[in-house]
Design a binder for this molecule. Structure first.
Ligand SMILES: Cc1ncc(COP(=O)(O)O)c(C=O)c1O
Ligand SMILES: N[C@H](C=O)CCC(=O)O
Length: 430
């Protein structure tokens, strides 16, 4: 018999391309149909049939406090009674910007937008204006949203669905995006040598999460700063995923000596509502309209609901730094448990982890860049994913994505997941 989710998917597909509003959630990557999610509660989500899953997707990163955190929900209730949007300056935008500027090194000013895509797109425009150059360097397998200049050898859904170069991106635009290999400084140096006066920005996910989790190696990070300084190029950290996730100060905590010129945010800073932001040095940010010549705008930018949800989330994270220790410990427990479980069944896996971000590749090789990622066995992943889902563990439907732990999780959730992984691995070997 057809499930409610199957019925809804059929219905949605008639009116929404592919039945989804973002390809990553279509589940075609794992050759199945997605459950429709009805509600969330703490660490769990429930589908239309009321099946309960431990949620390791967390809306793809924003829900570090889990679903329906009381402070976030209370804050939203207060806001909603007083109006949802004004298209005018508000106190909560000011407080949110102050909180970010006070908390984060390297951010003198910040501009709010509505998505990570808008943040990275605007950051690059700013870098191009600042340097009066047209080209950027991005890394193979890194994902910076879906604006034209970024859909070149991109990660996430673009990678999972095998369309790294989207149709509709004109060659004249694509030619300004040069791609280098992550954790391979030589590949960056070669591009600079060939285009010494042309590179406006290098944009990087400091901990890549969109080809699975891969951290920048220290020398690579240092080298990026040195080479961008040498050529007068803007260094952009895309912390849409890692911001307030791998530590309260995001990647700044992992690479304290590397000071990016612009940093992009999204996900966690909206507490589950649509948001993005980019910030950096005053001399660069001052180029933005209305004080400067770089136009950037948004009807709903800084809207009170997203700002309040984000503000409550950041306040809670700032006031409870033990959350990060907890996430780290839980993720370590998961990492060890998964490794042991795979070993029991002689399954080759490599687990990469940074704090509460973790991913697992079906390969026995070290995974340091996109080339390594592409050697992982996808058929095995698909079989594993299905087993886990059927056992009540909701993982991202691609091994090229990160799992996200949340603050409502505890050892019990992790041990349950490990037990289910052990069963799944056993079935893979049969
Ligand atoms: C690192 C990174 N940058 C940018 C984006 C784009 O953000 P959004 O989906 O909010 O447009 C994402 C996620 O989608 C991301 O993970
Ligand atoms: N990997 C993407 C963002 O981090 C997944 C979210 C999406 O594009 O729907």
């Amino acid at each position: 018999m057809e499930t409610l989710s199957e019925k809804m998917f059929e219905r949605s597909k008639k009116v929404i391309p592919g039945g989804v509003n973002s390809p990553a959630r279509a589940f075609s990557s794992v050759k199945m149909e997605p459950p429709f999610i009805k509600r969330g509660d703490g660490t769990y989500i429930f589908d239309e049939e009321d099946n309960r899953y431990i949620d390791f997707v967390g809306s793809w990163g924003p829900l570090i406090l889990g679903h329906c955190d009381k402070d976030v929900v209370d804050g939203l209730h207060q806001v909603i009674k007083t109006g949802t949007s004004f298209g005018a300056p508000t106190a909560i935008e000011m407080k949110m910007a102050e909180l970010m500027v006070d908390s984060l090194p390297n951010i003198d000013m910040v501009r709010m937008v509505n998505s990570g895509t808008e943040a990275t797109m605007s950051a690059v425009r700013l870098a191009k204006a600042y340097t009066k150059r047209n080209k950027i360097i991005k890394f193979e397998g890194n994902y910076h949203g879906h604006s034209e200049g970024f859909l070149i050898k991109a990660g996430s859904g673009a990678l999972t669905h095998g369309v790294p170069d989207s149709l509709g991106v004109p060659a004249e635009i694509a030619k300004h995006t040069l791609t280098a290999s992550f954790n391979n400084l030589e590949s960056v140096e070669n591009i600079f040598k060939a285009n010494p006066e042309e590179i406006a920005a290098v944009i990087v996910e400091p901990v890549a999460g969109n080809m699975g989790v891969i951290a920048m190696e220290d020398d690579f990070a240092k080298g990026l700063r040195q080479i961008t300084d040498k050529y007068g190029t803007v260094l952009i950290f895309d912390e849409v995923m890692t911001g307030f996730r791998v530590g309260f100060k995001g990647a700044h905590e992992l690479y304290p000596d590397i000071k990016p010129d612009i940093t992009c945010y999204g996900k966690i800073i909206g507490g589950g509502l649509p948001v993005g932001a980019f910030g950096g040095k005053q001399q660069i940010m001052s180029l933005l309209a209305p004080i400067g010549p770089v136009y950037q705008a948004g009807t709903l930018s800084g809207n009170p609901l997203a700002m309040r949800a984000g503000y409550e989330t950041l306040l809670k994270l700032r006031n409870n730094p033990q959350i990060y220790d907890k996430l780290d410990k839980l993720a370590l427990r998961l990492e060890k448990g998964i490794r042991e479980a795979a070993k029991l069944s002689d399954i080759d896996i490599t687990v990469n982890r940074v704090g509460g971000m973790i991913s697992m590749f079906f390969t026995d090789k070290e995974v340091k860049n996109f080339e390594d990622v592409s050697k992982a066995d996808n058929e095995q992943f698909i079989a594993y994913f299905k087993e886990m889902l059927n056992s009540g563990v909701y993982l991202p439907p691609s091994q090229f994505e990160s799992l996200f732990l949340n603050a409502k999780m505890d050892n019990e959730h992790i041990d349950f997941t490990i037990e289910k992984a052990r069963d799944a691995f056993k079935k893979l070997t049969r």
